[in-house]
Ligand binder design. Sequence first.
Ligand code: AMP
Ligand code: FE
Ligand code: FE
Ligand code: ZN
Length: 289
Amino acid sequence: MFCDLHMHSTASDGTDPPESLPQLARAAGLAAIALTDHDTSAGIAACRAACEEEGLAFIAGIELSASPKDVPGKREDGKTGTLHILGYGIDPDADSLLVIEKQLLEAREQRNPQIVANLHELGVKLDYNEVVAKAEAAGAKMVGRPHIAQALVERGYVRTIHEAFSKYIGEGAAAYARKDRLSAENAIAAIHTAGGLAVLAHPVQLRRASAKDLEATIVHLKRFGLDGMEVHHSDHGRADVKQYQQLAEKLNLIPTGGSDYHGQRKNIPLNNCRVPYAVFQKLKQCIDG
Ligand code: AMP
Ligand code: FE
Ligand code: FE
Ligand code: ZN
Protein backbone atom coordinates (compact mmCIF):
# COMPACT_ATOMS: atom_id res chain seq x y z
CA MET A 1 0.00 0.00 0.00
CA PHE A 2 1.17 3.49 -0.87
CA CYS A 3 0.48 7.09 0.07
CA ASP A 4 1.16 10.41 -1.69
CA LEU A 5 1.40 13.37 0.67
CA HIS A 6 2.27 16.15 -1.79
CA MET A 7 -0.02 17.24 -4.64
CA HIS A 8 -1.59 20.35 -6.16
CA SER A 9 -5.08 21.09 -7.49
CA THR A 10 -6.67 23.93 -9.44
CA ALA A 11 -6.93 25.78 -6.13
CA SER A 12 -3.26 26.62 -6.87
CA ASP A 13 -1.35 25.64 -10.01
CA GLY A 14 -2.42 22.04 -10.58
CA THR A 15 -4.74 21.15 -13.46
CA ASP A 16 -7.14 18.76 -11.68
CA PRO A 17 -9.93 20.12 -9.47
CA PRO A 18 -9.55 19.12 -5.80
CA GLU A 19 -12.67 16.94 -5.95
CA SER A 20 -11.19 14.91 -8.85
CA LEU A 21 -7.89 14.02 -7.18
CA PRO A 22 -9.15 11.20 -4.91
CA GLN A 23 -10.53 9.13 -7.80
CA LEU A 24 -7.28 9.57 -9.75
CA ALA A 25 -5.32 8.73 -6.61
CA ARG A 26 -7.22 5.50 -6.07
CA ALA A 27 -6.67 4.53 -9.71
CA ALA A 28 -2.95 5.16 -9.17
CA GLY A 29 -2.92 2.64 -6.33
CA LEU A 30 -2.93 5.06 -3.40
CA ALA A 31 -4.60 4.42 -0.06
CA ALA A 32 -3.96 7.83 1.50
CA ILE A 33 -3.31 11.34 0.17
CA ALA A 34 -2.70 14.88 1.36
CA LEU A 35 -3.62 17.95 -0.69
CA THR A 36 -0.85 20.58 -0.42
CA ASP A 37 -1.73 23.53 -2.62
CA HIS A 38 0.64 26.50 -2.76
CA ASP A 39 -0.38 29.16 -0.25
CA THR A 40 -4.06 28.18 -0.08
CA SER A 41 -6.33 25.78 1.76
CA ALA A 42 -9.29 26.55 -0.52
CA GLY A 43 -9.39 23.05 -2.05
CA ILE A 44 -9.35 21.09 1.22
CA ALA A 45 -13.10 20.74 1.86
CA ALA A 46 -13.85 19.45 -1.65
CA CYS A 47 -10.91 17.04 -1.64
CA ARG A 48 -11.74 15.70 1.81
CA ALA A 49 -15.36 15.00 0.84
CA ALA A 50 -14.30 13.16 -2.33
CA CYS A 51 -11.78 11.11 -0.33
CA GLU A 52 -14.57 9.95 1.94
CA GLU A 53 -16.54 8.81 -1.09
CA GLU A 54 -13.55 6.97 -2.53
CA GLY A 55 -12.62 5.39 0.80
CA LEU A 56 -9.21 7.07 0.85
CA ALA A 57 -7.53 8.37 3.97
CA PHE A 58 -6.94 12.13 3.81
CA ILE A 59 -4.74 14.72 5.49
CA ALA A 60 -5.48 18.43 5.06
CA GLY A 61 -2.31 20.15 3.90
CA ILE A 62 -0.82 23.34 2.51
CA GLU A 63 2.57 24.35 1.04
CA LEU A 64 3.70 27.81 2.13
CA SER A 65 6.40 29.68 0.17
CA ALA A 66 8.85 31.16 2.67
CA SER A 67 11.84 33.42 2.16
CA PRO A 68 15.04 31.40 1.70
CA LYS A 69 17.17 34.41 2.63
CA ASP A 70 17.01 34.38 6.41
CA VAL A 71 18.21 30.85 7.06
CA PRO A 72 21.89 29.82 7.33
CA GLY A 73 23.80 27.35 5.17
CA LYS A 74 25.94 28.08 2.12
CA ARG A 75 24.21 27.63 -1.23
CA GLU A 76 25.54 26.20 -4.46
CA ASP A 77 27.19 28.92 -6.51
CA GLY A 78 24.74 31.34 -8.04
CA LYS A 79 21.66 29.59 -6.65
CA THR A 80 18.94 31.30 -4.62
CA GLY A 81 17.20 28.18 -3.44
CA THR A 82 13.54 27.58 -2.66
CA LEU A 83 12.13 27.22 0.84
CA HIS A 84 8.69 25.64 0.96
CA ILE A 85 7.10 24.59 4.24
CA LEU A 86 4.35 21.98 4.17
CA GLY A 87 1.63 22.08 6.81
CA TYR A 88 -0.15 18.80 7.64
CA GLY A 89 -3.30 18.31 9.69
CA ILE A 90 -4.20 21.98 9.50
CA ASP A 91 -7.61 23.48 10.11
CA PRO A 92 -8.18 24.98 6.62
CA ASP A 93 -10.30 27.76 8.11
CA ALA A 94 -7.82 28.81 10.79
CA ASP A 95 -7.32 32.59 11.00
CA SER A 96 -3.53 32.21 11.23
CA LEU A 97 -3.51 30.65 7.77
CA LEU A 98 -6.10 32.90 6.18
CA VAL A 99 -4.06 35.98 7.18
CA ILE A 100 -0.94 34.51 5.58
CA GLU A 101 -2.83 33.31 2.52
CA LYS A 102 -4.05 36.86 1.99
CA GLN A 103 -0.53 38.31 2.33
CA LEU A 104 0.93 35.77 -0.05
CA LEU A 105 -1.82 36.34 -2.59
CA GLU A 106 -1.09 40.08 -2.48
CA ALA A 107 2.62 39.38 -2.96
CA ARG A 108 1.77 37.17 -5.92
CA GLU A 109 -0.49 39.83 -7.44
CA GLN A 110 2.32 42.37 -7.22
CA ARG A 111 4.99 40.03 -8.50
CA ASN A 112 3.18 38.61 -11.53
CA PRO A 113 2.77 41.93 -13.39
CA GLN A 114 6.38 42.73 -12.41
CA ILE A 115 7.56 39.62 -14.23
CA VAL A 116 5.46 40.58 -17.26
CA ALA A 117 6.99 44.09 -17.14
CA ASN A 118 10.49 42.59 -16.91
CA LEU A 119 9.69 40.44 -19.94
CA HIS A 120 8.52 43.53 -21.78
CA GLU A 121 11.91 45.19 -21.18
CA LEU A 122 13.52 42.15 -22.77
CA GLY A 123 11.31 42.57 -25.82
CA VAL A 124 9.02 39.72 -24.87
CA LYS A 125 5.57 41.18 -25.19
CA LEU A 126 2.89 39.47 -23.15
CA ASP A 127 -0.30 41.11 -22.01
CA TYR A 128 -0.91 40.39 -18.33
CA ASN A 129 -4.61 39.83 -19.09
CA GLU A 130 -3.55 37.05 -21.39
CA VAL A 131 -1.75 35.34 -18.50
CA VAL A 132 -4.76 35.74 -16.23
CA ALA A 133 -6.90 34.22 -18.98
CA LYS A 134 -4.59 31.15 -19.08
CA ALA A 135 -5.05 30.66 -15.37
CA GLU A 136 -8.81 31.13 -15.59
CA ALA A 137 -9.10 28.73 -18.52
CA ALA A 138 -7.31 26.12 -16.40
CA GLY A 139 -9.83 26.68 -13.60
CA ALA A 140 -6.98 27.99 -11.40
CA LYS A 141 -7.85 30.09 -8.39
CA MET A 142 -4.52 31.95 -8.52
CA VAL A 143 -2.00 33.03 -11.12
CA GLY A 144 1.44 31.49 -10.95
CA ARG A 145 4.61 31.33 -12.98
CA PRO A 146 3.40 28.13 -14.67
CA HIS A 147 0.66 30.21 -16.32
CA ILE A 148 3.18 32.82 -17.46
CA ALA A 149 5.29 29.96 -18.83
CA GLN A 150 2.30 28.59 -20.71
CA ALA A 151 1.62 32.01 -22.27
CA LEU A 152 5.28 32.24 -23.35
CA VAL A 153 5.05 28.85 -25.03
CA GLU A 154 1.77 29.64 -26.76
CA ARG A 155 3.13 32.97 -28.01
CA GLY A 156 6.10 31.12 -29.46
CA TYR A 157 8.74 32.92 -27.39
CA VAL A 158 9.96 29.56 -26.10
CA ARG A 159 9.32 25.98 -27.10
CA THR A 160 8.78 24.40 -23.70
CA ILE A 161 7.72 25.27 -20.15
CA HIS A 162 11.20 24.24 -19.08
CA GLU A 163 12.77 26.74 -21.50
CA ALA A 164 10.40 29.45 -20.21
CA PHE A 165 11.76 28.91 -16.70
CA SER A 166 15.42 28.54 -17.61
CA LYS A 167 15.50 31.45 -20.03
CA TYR A 168 13.07 33.92 -18.45
CA ILE A 169 11.15 33.26 -15.26
CA GLY A 170 13.05 30.70 -13.18
CA GLU A 171 15.08 31.83 -10.17
CA GLY A 172 17.96 33.98 -11.30
CA ALA A 173 16.68 34.15 -14.90
CA ALA A 174 16.36 37.45 -16.78
CA ALA A 175 12.75 38.35 -15.96
CA TYR A 176 12.50 36.69 -12.56
CA ALA A 177 11.00 38.66 -9.67
CA ARG A 178 10.81 37.45 -6.09
CA LYS A 179 7.71 37.39 -3.94
CA ASP A 180 9.22 36.56 -0.56
CA ARG A 181 7.06 37.94 2.21
CA LEU A 182 6.95 35.21 4.77
CA SER A 183 9.77 34.18 7.08
CA ALA A 184 10.24 30.48 7.79
CA GLU A 185 9.62 31.24 11.47
CA ASN A 186 6.21 32.79 10.77
CA ALA A 187 5.27 30.05 8.31
CA ILE A 188 5.96 27.36 10.92
CA ALA A 189 4.16 29.32 13.65
CA ALA A 190 1.06 29.84 11.48
CA ILE A 191 0.90 26.12 10.70
CA HIS A 192 1.18 25.27 14.40
CA THR A 193 -1.49 27.80 15.33
CA ALA A 194 -3.74 26.15 12.72
CA GLY A 195 -3.24 22.83 14.55
CA GLY A 196 -0.83 21.36 11.99
CA LEU A 197 2.70 19.99 11.80
CA ALA A 198 5.37 21.84 9.79
CA VAL A 199 7.48 19.86 7.33
CA LEU A 200 10.33 21.07 5.11
CA ALA A 201 9.37 20.36 1.47
CA HIS A 202 11.87 18.99 -1.09
CA PRO A 203 15.13 19.80 0.78
CA VAL A 204 17.05 19.35 -2.47
CA GLN A 205 15.52 22.61 -3.72
CA LEU A 206 17.30 24.56 -0.98
CA ARG A 207 20.36 24.08 -3.20
CA ARG A 208 22.73 23.79 -0.29
CA ALA A 209 26.42 23.51 -1.17
CA SER A 210 26.98 20.42 0.99
CA ALA A 211 25.27 17.96 3.32
CA LYS A 212 26.74 19.94 6.21
CA ASP A 213 25.17 23.17 4.98
CA LEU A 214 21.82 21.45 4.55
CA GLU A 215 22.01 20.12 8.09
CA ALA A 216 22.79 23.61 9.43
CA THR A 217 19.71 24.98 7.66
CA ILE A 218 17.45 22.25 8.98
CA VAL A 219 18.80 22.51 12.54
CA HIS A 220 18.00 26.23 12.35
CA LEU A 221 14.44 25.50 11.15
CA LYS A 222 14.06 22.99 13.96
CA ARG A 223 14.61 25.79 16.45
CA PHE A 224 11.54 27.47 14.95
CA GLY A 225 9.61 24.26 15.61
CA LEU A 226 9.99 22.29 12.37
CA ASP A 227 8.41 18.85 12.91
CA GLY A 228 9.39 16.91 9.82
CA MET A 229 11.16 16.83 6.47
CA GLU A 230 10.21 15.47 3.07
CA VAL A 231 12.36 12.44 2.30
CA HIS A 232 10.61 11.06 -0.80
CA HIS A 233 10.00 13.57 -3.62
CA SER A 234 10.10 13.46 -7.42
CA ASP A 235 13.20 15.70 -7.43
CA HIS A 236 15.07 13.41 -5.05
CA GLY A 237 17.40 10.79 -6.44
CA ARG A 238 18.10 7.50 -4.70
CA ALA A 239 21.12 8.94 -2.87
CA ASP A 240 19.12 11.99 -1.75
CA VAL A 241 16.38 9.79 -0.29
CA LYS A 242 18.96 7.81 1.67
CA GLN A 243 20.70 10.96 2.90
CA TYR A 244 17.45 12.65 3.96
CA GLN A 245 16.15 9.50 5.65
CA GLN A 246 19.29 9.38 7.77
CA LEU A 247 19.15 13.10 8.50
CA ALA A 248 15.49 12.88 9.56
CA GLU A 249 16.39 10.06 11.96
CA LYS A 250 19.39 11.93 13.33
CA LEU A 251 17.44 15.15 13.91
CA ASN A 252 14.31 13.34 15.14
CA LEU A 253 12.14 14.77 12.35
CA ILE A 254 9.08 13.00 10.92
CA PRO A 255 9.95 11.69 7.42
CA THR A 256 7.25 12.37 4.79
CA GLY A 257 6.96 12.05 1.04
CA GLY A 258 4.96 12.68 -2.08
CA SER A 259 5.10 13.20 -5.82
CA ASP A 260 4.38 16.97 -6.07
CA TYR A 261 1.79 16.10 -8.70
CA HIS A 262 0.55 19.12 -10.72
CA GLY A 263 -1.70 17.31 -13.23
CA GLN A 264 -0.97 18.03 -16.88
CA ARG A 265 1.41 20.83 -15.98
CA LYS A 266 4.32 18.60 -15.07
CA ASN A 267 5.39 15.23 -16.28
CA ILE A 268 4.97 13.63 -12.86
CA PRO A 269 2.30 11.01 -12.18
CA LEU A 270 0.49 10.49 -8.88
CA ASN A 271 2.21 7.87 -6.71
CA ASN A 272 5.45 8.63 -8.58
CA CYS A 273 7.55 8.03 -5.46
CA ARG A 274 5.71 4.93 -4.17
CA VAL A 275 5.84 6.20 -0.61
CA PRO A 276 5.06 3.38 1.86
CA TYR A 277 1.68 3.65 3.60
CA ALA A 278 3.52 3.49 6.93
CA VAL A 279 4.80 7.02 6.24
CA PHE A 280 1.20 8.22 6.22
CA GLN A 281 0.40 6.24 9.39
CA LYS A 282 3.31 7.74 11.30
CA LEU A 283 2.45 11.29 10.23
CA LYS A 284 -1.21 10.74 11.08
CA GLN A 285 -0.23 9.44 14.53
CA CYS A 286 1.88 12.52 15.17
CA ILE A 287 -0.96 14.82 14.03
CA ASP A 288 -3.50 13.06 16.26
CA GLY A 289 -1.10 12.57 19.15
P1 AMP B 1 5.04 30.61 -8.26
O1 AMP B 1 4.50 30.08 -6.95
O2 AMP B 1 4.03 31.37 -9.03
O3 AMP B 1 6.34 31.31 -8.11
O4 AMP B 1 5.32 29.33 -9.18
C1 AMP B 1 5.93 28.22 -8.64
C2 AMP B 1 5.58 27.03 -9.48
O5 AMP B 1 6.45 27.02 -10.62
C3 AMP B 1 5.78 25.72 -8.74
O6 AMP B 1 4.72 24.82 -9.06
C4 AMP B 1 7.04 25.19 -9.29
O7 AMP B 1 7.09 23.80 -9.27
C5 AMP B 1 7.01 25.70 -10.73
N1 AMP B 1 8.37 25.77 -11.23
C6 AMP B 1 9.44 26.38 -10.67
N2 AMP B 1 10.54 26.21 -11.42
C7 AMP B 1 10.16 25.45 -12.49
C8 AMP B 1 10.84 24.91 -13.63
N3 AMP B 1 12.15 25.13 -13.83
N4 AMP B 1 10.12 24.17 -14.51
C9 AMP B 1 8.80 23.95 -14.32
N5 AMP B 1 8.11 24.42 -13.28
C10 AMP B 1 8.77 25.15 -12.36
FE1 FE C 1 3.37 24.50 -8.22
FE1 FE D 1 7.24 23.17 -3.54
ZN1 ZN E 1 4.44 21.34 -4.29
